[in-house]
Design a binder for this molecule. Structure first.
Ligand code: NAD
Length: 374
């Protein structure tokens, strides 16, 4: 597990010595921040203190303007004292999976951030909503579209907000690309190539167990490429056709190792996508437009993503601010709660991805093109 975590973290933190200075313009896409006030920060309970919580989310919370770490929920007693000491969390704000419901009477908690294996997302989102808390749930939203629907329904019933941890939708370079696509400054997008993968380590980890992960590379990282195609086109794919390959039938006995898939969009845009658990270095999208292209490579890392655009034969790199994607994601969710507006990375958005994921798996089974049904 440790080996894989290090590998994955190192990979996602790909360092491209582009020399992008912090504090440069972010492209002007963030709304003006609410007035940050320490005492008014919303309290976050982190559920699941694994690699992402330890290395990205908890440090991100220290940089958040509108959220703070208020409580932890863990199934590993040894982590309690370590986290309590590091983040100054009192005993009465520490819970385990069995005592979780007690968060209902903990007024320091506004938001529950679910950072557990994928199969546990639905259960803890629903339990959190029933406890009266807003929910930020990590991607992929759940193991199935059916679970996504149950999560949406539970949060609606409890009148709580639900958002999915699609951090790239707050990353300045991605926002810049979305704007270029929308304004058609380089002409309309005609074709997209997108992919994300990494070489997975430890063969015993939950990511390789279907019951815990739901699927393999596609649900873990392929979903970033899938999302990028959706938010660049601003459209939902109408059909997909996919093919899976395995080079290690033992290690990948339960989940997909590598998938190549094609999505057709209503406007005629075609996207060719790939995902893999066998190779580092696939981390990009390239959208060909009428007059040039929009390209990010790396595209989905925690930092140092690189954006290049072309108009005719003239190419250039666009360097924007580096932000803590997790702090930004949590701040934007806090603003949705405080201003009572829906999140742009809502449960409905997570469900749309899961419907495409299920169509891709169907296509692999049948060998045929599959319509994506909303
Ligand atoms: P991890 O393996 O490092 O941590 C998982 C946590 O869940 C651990 O604390 C573990 O103790 C706990 N857990 C509870 N029940 C478990 C069980 N039955 N088996 C295994 N662990 C169990 O995983 P992670 O990398 O932190 O990923 C957690 C979630 O975050 C996943 O849904 C993953 O897709 C998502 N994630 C998102 C990003 C992102 O950039 N947004 C990056 C990495 C992971």
């Amino acid at each position: 597990m440790k080996h894989n975590q290090a590998t994955r973290r190192d990979f996602l933190s790909t360092t491209v010595s582009a020399g992008i200075a912090a504090g440069m313009a972010n492209g002007g896409f963030f709304e003006s921040p609410l007035h940050a006030n320490e005492t008014k920060k919303l309290g976050v309970a982190l559920v699941g203190l694994g690699s992402l919580s330890t290395n990205q989310i908890a440090p991100g919370l220290l940089h958040s303007s509108h959220c703070k770490l208020a409580a932890i929920v863990t199934g590993t007693p040894a982590k309690e004292s370590v986290w309590a000491a590091k983040y100054g969390i009192a005993k009465d704000h520490i819970y385990n999976y069995e005592s979780f419901e007690k968060i209902a009477s903990d007024d320091s908690i506004d938001i529950v951030y679910v950072v557990l294996p994928n199969s546990m997302h639905a259960e803890f989102t629903i339990r959190a909503a029933k406890a009266g808390k807003h929910v930020l749930c990590e991607k992929p939203m759940a193991n199935t579209a059916e679970e996504c629907r149950e999560m949406i329904a539970a949060c609606k019933k409890a009148d709580r907000k639900l958002a999915i941890g699609y951090r790239c939708q707050y990353e300045p370079h991605h926002l810049y690309c979305m704007n270029l696509a929308k304004t058609k400054e380089l002409g309309a997008i005609k074709h997209i190539e997108a992919g994300f993968g990494f070489k997975i380590g430890d063969p015993t980890q939950w990511r390789l167990k279907k019951k815990l992960a739901g699927g393999g590379a596609l649900m873990d990282v392929g979903i970033y490429a899938l999302q990028a195609c959706r938010y660049l086109t601003g459209e939902e794919p109408v059909s997909v056709i996919a093919q899976e390959t395995k080079t290690d039938a033992v290690k990948f006995a339960e989940v997909d190792e590598s998938i190549a898939w094609m999505m057709k969009f209503p406007s005629g845009v075609v996207a060719h996508c790939t995902t893999t658990y066998s190779l580092n270095g696939i981390n990009r999208f390239h959208a060909t437009t009428e007059n040039g292209y929009i390209r990010m490579d790396p595209a989905y890392s925690y930092n140092d993503n690189r954006l290049e655009t072309a108009r005719g034969t003239s190419r250039g790199e666009t360097k924007l601010a580096q932000v803590d994607q997790f702090a930004t994601e949590m701040d934007e969710f806090a603003k949705c709660i405080l201003e009572n507006k829906p999140s742009k990375v809502s449960g409905e958005e997570g469900l749309k991805d899961m419907l495409v994921v299920e169509a891709i798996y169907d296509s692999i089974k049948t060998g045929a093109s599959v319509r994506v049904v909303a």
